[in-house]
Design a protein around this ligand. Structure first.
Ligand SMILES: C[S@@+](CC[C@H](N)C(=O)[O-])C[C@H]1O[C@@H](n2cnc3c(N)ncnc32)[C@H](O)[C@@H]1O
Length: 212
């Protein structure tokens, strides 16, 4: 089964035969792939009834048996076990934070937020996780970050939390980040207080690139 480059990058870091809870599954394409290609058992959950109806239709169309669908907000009404892999992808940071802080979570989280990855790293590491994998993926000219966290202690500097302990050594990521930050920096008026912060960020990113 063929899925998007972004979903494939997520699927690649899910171990074979895992039990997966996909929060915000939308049309459940990831779950169908994981079930067919990696022999996973999945819970495909979404808050949106129409999305879940499409998920059910797709699951039936592919003839997959080991995916259970749940209409719910986040992890509410889902029994979570330590060994489950929780995937939360394609949402904003605030929604992800809400999902992670209002319920029991498992030992492994795979998260792809739309924004505020620094806040995400801070929040999830404060919840007792360390960062195992960070991926920078480009799919149809859009850029995505995927982070895998596991329960455990990690020591992270401010630079690690801002740019990623692994991504801070990824030249492609740093170049894209530099260009995007520079584009915004140029549009910010000189008397705006954020201008200095952005200049500091640009110098930090430049220094990380030079070290590589
Ligand atoms: C942009 S889609 C991403 C779908 C898929 N995870 C992916 O990465 O392609 C976001 C999905 O998250 C769902 N969603 C948003 N907030 C949610 C919440 N609090 N609980 C469960 N699902 C949620 C939406 O209904 C939507 O189907």
């Amino acid at each position: 089964m063929k899925i998007s480059t972004r979903l494939q990058a997520i699927a690649d870091i899910v171990p074979n035969e895992s039990k997966v809870i996909d929060v915000g599954c939308d049309h459940a394409l990831l779950d169908i792939y994981l079930s067919l290609e990696k022999n996973c058992e999945c819970i495909a959950a979404d808050i949106n009834e129409n999305a879940l109806e499409q998920a059910k239709y797709n699951i039936k169309r592919y003839g997959v048996k080991n995916i259970k669908t749940v209409l719910t907000d986040g992890l509410n009404n889902i029994e979570v076990n330590d060994n489950d892999i929780i995937v939360i992808s394609g949402m904003g940071y605030t929604t992800i934070e809400h999902i992670l802080t209002t319920n029991k979570t498992s030992n492994t989280l795979i998260i792809s937020a739309h924004n505020d990855w620094d806040f995400l790293r801070r929040t999830v590491t404060k919840l007792g996780y360390k960062i195992i994998t960070e991926k920078f993926v480009t799919d149809k000219k859009k850029h995505y970050i995927i982070i895998k966290f596991e329960k455990g202690e990690g020591k992270y500097s401010d630079i690690d939390l801002l740019y990623g302990p692994i991504l801070k050594e990824n030249k492609d990521y740093l170049n894209v980040l530099y260009n995007n930050t520079f584009e915004i920096y140029e549009k910010v008026p000189d008397d705006n207080i954020n201008k200095d912060i952005m200049k500091k960020r640009l110098l930090e990113i430049q220094s990380l690139i030079e070290k590589l």
